[in-house]
Ligand binder design. Structure first.
Ligand code: FAE
Length: 547
């Protein structure tokens, strides 16, 4: 065993920790728990990545929620795990001293292999706000799949690097429609609590919420929701709420209060690098190879699977192609990443025995965005915490749950902004396009209409009550609805259909799906707690039965 020691970097007086890692392990950690979560996200350091010719017991494709759960629990069970991640490590500050760029000034770090930004809110006051940037393996992928743009995180930590950290457990009564083949009692007694505890989920202090400037926008959202008879609910988040209070007090470097979101948070947010992956690193059994992209998985002659991997440079070029053998492979490349791989591998003959459910059952979690223009006497504040903390629940009556979202522009906009999650029934399919050699998704923009109708059950009523109107300047010129995108891709290798009821791919023993691809299109709330809890449930069974 060779020891590779990692040190946490802590700016707030917590003593440094030293991890003794196993052969090839390259993950370090800021800390396993406690106050150090607010330290800079300097978690992974470059070391020797997986060599060509290696034979590993377990290879995990992707380092998001599903992959991180698999890696941690397998490592704790004594299994050595290789994680392969196409994005960067995100452990090194740029010239400005920050690892991640700010939302208001995106740069090359912000986008995955684009030469121009693709901001979810493309316009402001009607003017386009996208700008040219150098092509780079940045942290947010705006992947154009047919008629929808699917935003995803790229890097060690997956979506946890870019997301808002809203850690929402669906209502128990909605669970049967989300994952019908899963025992809800077990999920709510064991796996949701386990996921939330390990993710570090917490709730904003309601007394602080009532007084702090940075949630003026959310208090306006609450007041208007309640005046129209809708329940406003506080939503848990993995942001370190104590750190945010200190940001407001001016005693620490600002992150949420500097508007950091979408392109990474430099402090405060407990991304997977600070939770699951930090714990995985501490086992000494987990190795991560960033800037490595899996391109093929096929049965190996002597058993196990042959995995082909492209090593990338930061402009996205392949600098080496590697061949690795793995006894078991976990697909954790996210709903789109896993679905694209499996559909291609089935169609091109690498994994021909995968069943006909591969690529099916994909949904956008009913995402639709909109803004409302408030009266001058309802300012939403020039200082807005980038971390949402509340939502409007009209799921049962109207099929919509709307996050009261920030517009952290740094100026007063009198705008209220919302991301709605709706009960949209439409499901799309990934298919292999032999002519172009790509995987296509047949989602159509018109399929968002049910989502718009459901969101309107909330906002038409609020507008009528308040005497206000929709903003028309955020998604184009005179366009009310942000119906061209999703932040929440789900499905494509659905549980109990493409796989057995625990994620074992049908047709191949030793191949598993353990990410958002398992969930058939909708979770009724933000998805990552459900993805994490389901992964916890499945890996427990896989470890007990298969290993
Ligand atoms: P994910 O986290 O996407 O991880 C997959 C990983 O695999 C990525 O790191 C990829 O780079 C990597 N990968 C893909 N293909 C390959 C390959 N071929 N080889 C190697 N690596 C590969 O998957 N959800 C919430 O619950 N609350 C929120 O507040 C929230 N806000 C969001 C805001 C934004 C802007 C976005 C984009 C998403 C948000 N989400 C939120 C969604 C959430 O991040 C997402 O559901 C999860 O990250 C999905 O987890 P998975 O494990 O499925």
């Amino acid at each position: 065993m060779s020891d590779i020691n990692q040190h946490d970097k802590d700016t707030r007086g917590v003593s440094r920790r030293r991890f003794i890692a196993g052969t090839g392990s390259i993950l370090g950690a800021v800390s396993l728990a406690g106050r150090a979560v607010a330290a800079p996200a300097r978690i992974v350091t470059a070391a020797s990545p997986i060599p060509s010719g290696a034979h590993v017991p377990v290879l995990v494709i992707g380092t998001g929620y599903g992959g991180s759960v698999a890696a941690l629990r397998l490592a704790q069970a004594g299994v050595d795990v290789q994680m392969v991640e196409m994005g960067m490590a995100w452990d090194t500050p740029g010239p400005d001293g920050k690892i991640f760029a700010n939302t208001t000034s995106p740069d090359q770090r912000s986008y995955w292999l684009r030469t121009r930004t693709k901001q979810p809110l493309s316009n402001f006051l009607g003017f386009p706000i996208d700008k040219d940037i150098p092509r780079y393996t940045g942290v947010l992928d705006a992947e154009e799949m047919g008629q929808i743009i699917v935003y995803q995180g790229r890097g060690v930590g997956g979506g946890s690097l870019v997301n808002g950290g809203m850690a929402v457990t669906p209502k128990r009564e909605n669970f049967g429609a989300i994952l019908p083949s899963v025992n809800a009692d077990e999920m709510y007694a064991t796996y949701y609590p386990r996921a939330n505890a390990t993710l570090g989920t917490g709730l904003i202090d309601p007394a602080w919420f009532d007084t702090t400037d940075c949630y003026q926008y959310a208090r306006v959202g609450r007041k208007q929701a309640q005046r129209s008879g809708f329940p406003f609910v506080f939503v848990p988040d993995v942001y370190d709420w104590d750190y945010m209070k200190q940001e407001a007090a001016g005693t620490v470097t600002r992150s949420a209060l500097a508007g950091e979101i979408l392109y990474g948070n430099n402090y405060g947010k407990k991304s997977l690098q600070k939770t699951y992956l930090a714990q995985a690193a501490a086992t000494g059994r987990v190795t991560v190879s960033p800037l490595h992209k899996v391109t093929s998985v096929a049965p190996a002659a002597g058993g196990g699977y042959t995995v082909l991997i492209d090593q990338l440079n930061t402009t996205g070029d392949t600098t080496a192609t590697k061949t690795v053998t793995a006894d078991r492979v976990f697909f954790a490349a996210g709903s789109v990443g896993t679905s694209k791989l499996l559909v291609r591998l089935k169609a091109t003959g690498a994994l021909p025995a995968l069943n006909g459910e591969i690529g099916q059952g994909w949904g956008d979690n009913g995402n639709v965005m909109c803004g409302r223009a408030n009266h001058l006497w309802d300012p939403t504040g020039s200082l807005q915490a980038s971390i949402p903390c509340g939502g409007i629940d009209n799921w049962t009556a109207g099929g919509a749950f709307a996050e009261v979202a920030p517009l952290p522009t740094g100026i007063e906009t009198w705008a209220s902004f919302y991301l709605s999650i709706t009960k949209n029934p439409n499901r799309a399919r990934f298919t292999w396009n032999a002519a172009t050699g790509t995987v296509d998704l047949d989602w159509q923009t018109a399929w968002k209409q049910p989502s718009i109708d459901m969101a309107k059950t909330i906002f038409d009523k609020i507008n009528a009550k308040e005497g206000t109107i929709y903003r028309t300047d955020l998604f184009g010129v005179y366009k009310i609805w942000g119906d061209h995108l999703t932040y929440h891709p789900l499905g494509g290798a659905v549980l109990d259909r493409a796989t057995d009821n625990y994620g074992r791919l049908r047709g191949y023993s030793g191949l598993y799906v353990i990410d958002g691809a398992l969930i058939p299109g909708n979770t009724s709330v933000n998805p990552f707690v459900t993805i994490t809890a389901l992964a916890e449930r499945n890996i427990e069974n896989i470890i007990a039965v298969d290993l």
